[in-house]
Design a protein around this ligand. Structure first.
Ligand code: SAH
Length: 226
């Protein structure tokens, strides 16, 4: 067996264990989501100096002081987003593109916004390499959403906001769902927001820790903690 093949088998075994022990066993049971988590090679989204920890049960550092979320948090937030195969999804905070790949496996199309151009370019290269084609990537302040393709059936934000950005709620269809970490800089809560007509209802779900959403409806840049 070639070294490359042996390495690929090793990643696959680690991925299977991650899905089983960190995700399924903690109560995330949606079979389409579990299949997507099994199909996306997480190691390809992790910088080489921490790649050995790709399937560890934790968030990992990536470039520019940002992080890739813990696998369980990716699965949990995606499940709470209730993504249907016909959904148009907006994601804010592309980062490595890992969460983008999971969403693209479940939805019809994913629009994703990242504020740091270098991260966006690296994510674009990775996703092209994996032949993920039902995505539109853009660079800018996603706290304002992405008006040009609105409205969206689902919106996921993977950076923490001080409160639910009004622009994002406004860009949801009637009956649309937004999942976002909201709170202070040290700790936040994952919140599920459902839009009904002009009203929204917010349900707090789980304590979490994300990097900050920087922007007009996020945190000001000078107060970034790292
Ligand atoms: N979901 C990502 C991890 C996101 S880390 C993954 O799977 O890898 C949070 C990301 O949000 C960072 O890359 C950060 O640069 C980005 N971000 C912060 N504020 C933003 C904003 N206003 N608009 C778009 N992206 C933002």
């Amino acid at each position: 067996m070639s070294n490359e093949r042996r390495q690929a088998d090793k990643w696959l075994a680690l991925r299977r264990r991650m899905v089983d022990e960190q995700i399924r066993r903690r109560g995330v049971g949606d079979p389409r989501l579990l299949d997507a988590m099994m199909a996306v090679p997480r190691e390809k989204f992790i910088p080489s100096h921490v790649r050995a920890a790709a399937y560890d049960d934790r968030a990992l550092p990536v470039a520019h002081g940002q992080t890739i979320s813990q696998p369980f948090i990716v699965a949990y937030m995606t499940e709470k987003l209730s993504v249907t195969p016909d959904a148009r999804v907006l994601e804010i905070g592309t980062g490595t593109g890992y969460q983008t790949a999971i969403l693209a496996a479940l939805a019809k199309h994913v629009f994703t916004v990242e504020r740091i151009a270098h991260l966006q370019q690296q994510a674009a290269a990775r996703l092209a390499d994996l032949n993920v084609s039902n995505i539109t990537m853009s660079c800018g302040d996603g706290s304002l959403g992405l008006l040009e393709h609105a409205p969206y059936d689902r919106i996921m934000v993977t950076a923490a906001a001080p409160s639910v950005p009004g622009h994002l709620a406004d860009q949801l269809v009637d009956g649309g769902v937004l999942v976002i970490p909201v709170g202070g800089s040290a700790e936040q809560t994952i919140v599920r927001v459902v839009r009904q007509g002009q009203r929204t209802t917010e349900t707090p779900l789980l304590a979490c820790r994300f990097v900050k959403l920087i922007g007009q409806e996020g945190w000001p840049i000078e107060k970034q903690s790292r």
